[in-house]
Design a protein around this ligand. Sequence first.
Ligand code: CA2
Length: 158
Amino acid sequence: MKHILVLHGPNLNLLGQREPEKYGTTTLEEVNQLMADFAQKKGYELVVFQSNTEGALVDQIQEARKKFDAIVINAAAYTHTSVAIRDAILSVRVPTVEVHLSNIYQRESFRHHSYLADVSIGQVSGFGVQSYLLGLQGAITYLESKKSIDPSEGSSEV
Ligand code: CA2
């Protein structure tokens, strides 16, 4: 079974409890359950981690090496500030998908730049809770297509 790490950054623990007009009414727990159900149907296992601390997220990314096949991350505000999270993603070489609930390009200009975008295999932004499921599907699609061209995975395709 393949394993995917889902990381949530600062303040996302408040999801569904504060600012519902901006981030919706679904709680983080509900998001995690939706993702776990989706992953299970596809034959993947999820591990989920939320932190308000940059270093804790860096630690999780570092430990993902060899343990996880992909990472799905909403780094929240650290998206726009964190060279440390960017460097961690680069160092582990685990395919990473960046997700955002809101469309960061329709918001303040300081949110338009992401330190993670060019070190990720893709970005999903602006679809609310669906961004997480689309991001998860993107990671799975990437892993499945890689499997079909990687001889070590035992496929006869290509
Ligand atoms: O749209 C996203 O997913 C963001 O990553 C959310 C971040 C924001 O800093 C990014 O620019 C875009 C903020 C997450 C804060 O989450 C809250 C949830 C409920 C109540 C208050 C904050």
